[in-house]
Design a protein around this ligand. Sequence first.
Ligand SMILES: [Zn+2]
Length: 81
Amino acid sequence: MPMRKCKTVMEELDRIQDGDATRMERIRFAMHLAMCEHCARYVRQYEAVRNALGQVDKDLLPDDFEEVMGQILDKVLKPEP
Ligand SMILES: [Zn+2]
């Protein structure tokens, strides 16, 4: 499976945040973050800004989003030796 371009993934981030993304798009997005530290870091910063602004709408996210993202970020932050 070819690596998706970061630019494409970041465009999907806007769709996800707007609630326009399909579940499959969200899954592909999460899979890219699992493989791409650059995008994972970007999203963390993005989410930190949104949290600071108090505009996070959890209704836009899948029920297991936080759990899945936590597992992904653990892998990104603590790669297997
Ligand atoms: Zn990327």
